[in-house]
Design a protein around this ligand. Structure first.
Ligand code: FAD
Length: 288
């Protein structure tokens, strides 16, 4: 094969990068796929890794293997740090560069913390395998610590899990964590009843799943309530720091594990991140 073929460099082997590469099969081009990880990740099932239902190997596949039959594609492991547009080169972290004729940047999205990046230590996002396993570790360790805790208040704190953001991921996580506590782990501990675990879903908007139809939001809310998830609409959360907001919801939440930023910032209303008065600080389920 001649090296004079048009060279397409694709950065990112996520859904976007892989789909483009698939669509270019048979085109008179050669493709270089660059990704900072050696695996493609199926992000929609990350919450199942975070809640122990799936192993990491069930949601991640080696990019090199996925593209092994494509002789027109070269897969490279590397982190792109910049683009030299004039020189038509992609710059890599290790100081090397890759020349391109056409460049495709498909590097995905970052999660948002309402402009409060200082929340991150309290609540890791859920975008990578590492995030999922970190959350899984926090959840399981909370139960392990509760089993050995003698102070009832502290024990309840350890058994209170707070999720921030009532979008699809927050809703999925809340439902699966409560099932983990109430069903999967039931009977495996001697000093705690895992059914005493509480899952609190905090949402700054006036309903969960705000991008879905109103009926679906209402259905999801009812389904979560049936499972035992407690909800809290919070204007405070969007205005002040995570720990302060959580402690105003419930004192013990301060010591409880919490998870997850929203995938994107909340809708801005007026001069701040405020909610309509009717939605403020109302519990939509039993008091926390
Ligand atoms: C928890 C969760 C649940 C979701 N559930 C659903 C769902 O149910 N339905 C749905 O349709 N969508 C869902 N999504 C969204 C969906 O996963 C994303 O829209 C999709 O993954 C975006 O694809 P992408 O190719 O743009 O980016 P990504 O899949 O994020 O891929 C980006 C790739 O770029 C690589 N990369 C990033 N920066 C660099 C760099 N500097 N150098 C080299 N490589 C780099 C990354 O390693 C990654 O492999 C969910 C997302 C999450 C996080």
């Amino acid at each position: 094969m001649s090296e004079t073929r048009h060279h397409v460099v694709v950065v990112g082997a996520g859904f976007g990068g892989l789909e483009l590469t698939r669509a270019l099969a048979g085109a008179p081009v050669r493709i270089t796929m660059v990704d900072k990880r050696n695996h493609h990740l199926f992000q929609p099932l990350l919450y199942q890794v975070a809640t122990t239902s799936l192993a990491t190997s069930e949601v991640a596949w080696p990019i090199r293997h996925l593209l092994s039959k494509r002789k027109d594609v070269t897969t490279l492991l590397g982190t792109v740090t910049g683009v030299d547009r004039a020189g038509k080169r992609v710059l890599l972290e290790d100081g090397s560069a890759i020349a391109y004729d056409t460049l495709v940047l498909a590097t995905g999205a970052r999660h948002a913390y309402f402009g409060h990046d200082e929340w991150e230590p309290f609540a890791p996002g859920l975008k990578t395998l590492e995030d999922a396993t970190a959350i899984r570790r926090r959840i399981l360790l909370a139960f392990e610590q509760a089993e050995r805790e003698t102070d009832p208040a502290m024990r309840q704190a350890l058994l209170t899990l707070v999720i921030v953001g009532g979008g699809p991921t927050g809703v999925e996580l809340a439902g699966t964590i409560i099932e983990l506590a109430h069903d999967t782990l039931r009977g495996e501990f001697r000093n705690i009843d895992t059914r005493q675990a509480r899952v609190v879903l905090v949402e700054a908007g006036d309903r969960i799943l705000p991008n879905f139809a109103q009926e679906l939001s209402a259905y999801a809310k009812k389904a979560l309530e049936r499972l035992g998830v407690t909800g809290w609409n919070s204007a405070v959360l969007s205005r002040s720091s995570m720990p302060r907001a959580l402690s105003s919801a419930t004192r013990i939440c301060r010591r409880a594990p919490s998870f997850g930023p929203r995938a994107s910032p909340p809708r801005r209303r007026g001069s701040g991140w405020a909610l309509p008065p009717t939605a403020r600080a109302g519990c939509w389920s039993s008091p926390i």
